[in-house]
Every structure is written in structure tokens, then in C-alpha cells.
Ligand binder design. Structure first.
Ligand code: FAD
Ligand code: SF4
Length: 508
């Protein structure tokens, strides 16, 4: 037999099961930089550069190990088209790959294999703790799927933060309520900097190429300092657990102008490209917990993101695709305001979050969920438009993780399938968690009129509009209780203001 082993741009793991039984004498590895992949969504320049640079570094490593590699640079054809050509040209008998993270690619690879009539061995992705079968078994016939129960199961199964009897360390499964503090009023003070990496020769070449090929794409390359190799990703992990983890939890949700990274780990892109394995991240965090006697709330809060959320959304993605991409619970149809691509808005929270996103391809979870996501939901934007933006603009965006977070969590597009209520908030929340409102054109506590904060106005408008539905469920009943304190004429004024605002989103 003669095998072709396909390695995708987000499968840069030298320990990949696809490489296990490679016969160096006859088999070959195929890697494709597809310009088509960069263009089917309008990607941030830094996201394109990260994928291409990490792929080229990985290719170099494969070649150094003496493996036979077909590496196709900046092809204008799709991955599937290239795959078909190479399979036929090389007279391969078997196609080997790890199951792709993206549903669309999985379909495309299966289609090529059946067209060419070749045996396809699509291996399970062992990068994750929870296999797709295990997730489906957990789902069984549950109607409501909630992270908390899945997460507890993962903790017990893998013996993470549980004592000998299976009880949670610290006496609680979840310390979320301890992890929601804003920065002090005078600012975050000194934050230990993350480990950043100056571009090497390969990356510099890629940056120049991306600038030349994709001049119109959004985002900047000026601050490109992301890990592009496994060695760098391990360094970034080490720096995080040594210098930044201790303060991660308590300020996890805090936001501050000019503080793009807070205490966050910046490990998502390395994890998603598979330069890092989640097991080594969790093991490093547990090691630091013991070594420095860290607060359990911080350690649990961080581990929940990786062992809980990351695994949970992946399970949900494969369970609900392709329907998840079409879900639109509220039937929202508005267009995404043009300033999502430029940050050119008078809303300071949005300007700051979008601004740093264009600069670095990064915003932390609360900025994504409660600033840009919250506004998109309140402004009744079509989920597809919002999802395309998130997929394009974040350095770590791959559909299996982007779509459930955006459509499912931020936009409640799948209804209550995997979150109990829509994550909506008014300007009061942004004011509490950040300093954005201090220098804003709008006033966070004004609901209508010239200085009304668009978040606040649209928040109340949303509650008025969906009042009946919110009151029907015990989970959301409390959210509308405060409406009783707003007079009828004021509620009318809120709705009139919102109508004008929604008709004019581009000039907010
Ligand atoms: P930290 O805050 O340091 O968290 C540690 C790790 O936990 C992250 O690196 C990530 O791997 C994992 N994690 C944390 N939250 C989540 C989550 N909700 N889902 C899955 N993994 C999580 N994450 C992506 O990796 N890619 C995306 O495309 C993406 N799109 C998002 C879109 C929206 C609307 C929202 C609300 C969240 C999205 N997230 C996405 C989740 C989360 O915001 C990012 O993983 C995180 O901000 C990355 O920064 P960090 O590495 O500093 O994370
Ligand atoms: Fe954002 Fe409103 Fe605060 Fe301005 S006032 S920063 S729009 S929440």
C-alpha cells in the first residue's frame, strides 16, 4: 500500500495519530496552504499569517525528520481539489487523516475519497479529552444540555481537581461567582506581561507575503508576536502558569482601556492549531497550583475553560451541525454595522474592543461575549453575519469553537439548547466591569434621548419586546422584573428611540 497522509493547518501535532504508522520509504504527507481557505471568510491578516507561518514551521520539522512531504504554497484551489490531484498523481492506495475540526472539510474530504475510489482512514481526534461518541452517549436523550453536568463528569472521569472519593477540591465544583471582580477603580496596576515572540525569518517572509496578497483584508500585522511553533507555545504556557495564572481568576471578566490581554493566557491559538495539548496545559496549571499554593477559584476557573467549555462546545458543534449554522431563534435579520470592521463608532466599549481586535486579532472572553456579542444580539443582527465576523477576525477562530460560542452562546440562536438564557446586559454591566464608559460619547444609565447608551436602550427594548417569553420561564422571569419600575411613557420612549437606532446602526 501507498498512503497519503493529509495534515490540515490546525493539526500541527507531531504526535498525531495520522503519522503513527507512516512508512518513510513509500508514504507521503500532504499539506496545503489554500488561499481559498483565507478568502471564503474575510480573514484578519494576522490570522492568515499565523496559520501559514505555523504550517511552514511544522513542515520544516517534518522535513528535518526525513519525512516525504508535498507542501503546496498559496494555492488558489481548495484543499479538496488539491487533495484529489495529488491522490491521482501519486497513485496512492490509502488516504489517512485525523477527522477535521470543521464539518465542511470533513464532508469535502469524504467526497474526494469516494470520487477517487480510495480507502479513507479518518482517525479520531485524540487531541480532545472527550471523543464524539462519548459526547453523544452523554447527550443520550437529554433535552437540555448544560456545561455544568458535562464538566463534572469530565472532572471525575479524568481525576482532575477531585479528591480520592470523587468530591470536588475546595468543596465546590464551580467558583464562578468568586471570579467576577472588576479591576480596582484606579486601574489594573501592573500586569505581568505575556510571553510574546518576535517574528523569525520564516514569519517575516509570511508577513510580507500576506501584506502583498491580502492588502484589503482587515487587521494589522504590526503586532504579530504569536507563538508559531510548539517550542514557543510551551514557552508561552510556562510564562502563563509562572507569572499570570495567580491573578487570572479574580479579574477574568474585567476590562480596561489599553489593556488588551488582562491576565488571560493567550493560549487559544496554540491549542487550536494543536501546537499544545490540553492535557499538558491542565497538568502545568495543576503543577503551579501545588507549587505556589494558588487560589482554588483561579485554578478551577481556568480548568473549566479548557476541560469544560472547550470540550463542551466541540461536542455541541458536531452534534448540531449543519443545523447550528442556520439557527436563528429570534429570527433576527439586521445587517452587521460596517464599523465592526473598522472600530469607527462613538460607542467607546465597542471602539476599544474592536480596535484591539484589529490590532492583535485578540479580545478576551467577556469582550467577545458581553461587548461585541451582546450588542449584536440586542441590535438584532442576522447570526450568519455575526458568525462570519467572529470567524474572520480572531486569531484563534476555527468554526468548531467559533460557531457554538457565537451563535449558541452570544446570540442565543439555538434557543435554550445549551445555554439557559440569553447573555444580555445593559451599559450598567459594562460600567461596572470596565472603565470604557468614563470616556464615552454616551451615558450608560440613560435609556433614551440624545445621550442614551445604545447598549442600555437596546437592552430595555429587547426586554420589552420579549417580555412575555421571558416571563414564561422561571430562568428568565427575574430579568424582566425591573421593567415594572419603568413607567409606561418611558417604555414607549425607549421603543421609539430603539426603532430609530436600529434603522440607523451604521451611524451609532
Ligand atoms: P483564557 O481566558 O486564558 O482561557 C483559557 C483557554 O480556555 C482558552 O485558550 C481556550 O482554549 C479555552 N476557552 C475559554 N473559553 C472558552 C469557550 N467559551 N469555548 C471554548 N474554549 C474556551 N475561542 C476560540 O478558541 N476560538 C474562537 O473562535 C472563539 N470564538 C468565540 C466567540 C464568542 C462570541 C465568544 C463569546 C467566545 C469565543 N471563544 C473562542 C472563547 C474564548 O473567548 C476564547 O477561547 C478566549 O478568549 C481565548 O483567549 P485566551 O487563550 O487568553 O483564553
Ligand atoms: Fe459602551 Fe454605553 Fe458605556 Fe458607551 S456608555 S462605553 S456605549 S456601555
Amino acid at each position: 500500500s501507498k498512503k497519503l497522509i493529509l495534515i490540515l493547518g490546525d493539526q500541527l501535532d507531531i504526535a498525531s495519530p495520522a503519522l503513527k504508522n507512516i512508512d518513510i520509504a513509500v508514504d507521503a504527507i500532504l499539506m496545503v496552504e489554500s488561499a481559498n481557505e483565507a478568502q471564503y471568510v474575510w480573514s484578519h491578516k494576522a490570522k492568515i499569517a499565523l496559520f501559514v507561518s505555523a504550517m511552514r514551521h511544522f513542515a520544516k520539522q517534518l522535513e528535518q525528520q526525513g519525512l516525504s512531504l508535498i507542501y503546496i504554497k498559496q494555492s488558489t484551489k481548495t484543499i479538496a481539489e488539491n487533495l484529489k490531484v495529488e491522490l491521482v498523481k501519486g497513485k496512492f492506495t490509502h488516504l489517512i487523516c485525523v477527522e477535521p475540526g470543521e464539518w465542511r472539510l470533513k464532508q469535502a474530504i469524504e467526497a474526494v475519497a469516494s470520487e477517487v475510489g480510495i480507502e479513507l482512514e479518518m482517525q479520531e481526534d485524540t487531541h480532545f479529552y472527550c471523543s464524539r461518541e462519548e459526547f453523544s452517549a452523554w447527550v443520550a436523550n437529554k433535552k437540555e444540555l448544560r456545561l455544568e453536568y458535562f464538566y463534572r463528569l469530565m472532572r471525575k472521569k479524568h481525576g482532575i481537581l477531585v479528591d480520592g472519593e470523587g468530591n470536588p477540591e475546595g468543596g465546590q465544583w464551580n467558583f464562578d461567582k468568586d471570579n467576577r471582580k472588576p479591576f480596582p477603580k484606579k486601574g489594573p496596576g501592573l500586569i505581568n506581561p505575556p510571553e510574546l515572540f518576535d517574528p523569525d525569518d520564516i514569519t517575516r517572509g509570511v508577513l510580507a507575503e500576506v501584506e502583498k496578497r491580502y492588502p484589503d483584508h482587515p487587521g494589522s500585522l504590526a503586532n504579530f508576536q504569536w507563538p508559531v511553533t510548539r517550542k514557543q507555545a510551551l514557552q508561552a504556557l510556562q510564562c502563563f502558569v509562572e507569572h499570570r495564572l495567580a491573578t487570572f481568576g479574580i479579574h477574568e471578566d474585567a476590562m480596561w482601556t489599553g489593556t488588551p490581554f488582562g491576565w488571560h493566557s493567550l493560549l487559544s491559538s496554540s491549542l487550536n492549531l494543536k501546537l499544545l495539548n490540553p492535557r499538558e496545559v491542565i497538568s502545568a496549571v495543576l503543577g503551579a497550583w501545588k507549587k505556589y499554593d494558588l487560589d482554588i477559584a483561579t485554578v478551577e476557573g481556568f480548568i473549566r475553560q479548557i476541560l469544560g467549555w472547550r470540550e463542551f462546545v466541540r461536542g455541541m458543534y458536531y452534534l448540531d451541525m449543519p443545523q447550528m449554522a442556520k439557527d436563528n431563534f429570534y429570527q433576527h435579520q439586521n445587517k452587521l454595522p460596517a464599523w465592526y470592521w473598522s472600530g469607527d463608532t462613538k460607542m467607546h466599549c465597542m471602539k476599544a474592543t474592536i480596535g484591539q481586535t484589529l490590532e492583535y486579532g485578540y479580545a478576551h472572553h467577556i469582550q467577545r461575549l458581553m461587548v461585541t456579542g451582546n450588542f449584536a444580539l440586542l441590535a438584532e443582527i442576522l447570526p450568519k453575519e455575526v458568525c462570519d465576523w467572529y470567524l474572520a477576525i480572531y486569531i484563534d477562530a476555527i468554526e468548531w469553537v467559533e460557531l457554538p460560542n457565537t451563535a449558541g452562546m452570544a446570540l442565543f440562536a439555538s434557543g435554550g439548547r445549551f445555554t439557559s438564557k440569553p447573555y444580555i446586559a445593559s451599559g450598567a454591566y459594562i460600567k461596572r466591569m470596565s472603565n470604557y464608559c468614563d470616556s464615552c460619547h454616551y451615558k450608560p444609565d440613560v435609556r433614551f434621548g440624545e445621550t442614551a447608551c445604545p447598549m442600555t436602550n437596546l437592552y430595555w427594548n429587547f426586554l420589552i419586546k420579549h417580555r412575555k417569553q421571558f416571563e414564561a420561564s422561571p430562568r428568565t422571569r427575574l430579568m424582566t422584573a425591573n421593567l415594572a419600575r419603568i413607567s409606561e411613557p418611558d417604555q414607549k420612549a425607549i421603543q421609539i428611540h430603539a426603532k430609530a437606532l436600529l434603522a440607523n446602526l451604521d451611524s451609532v
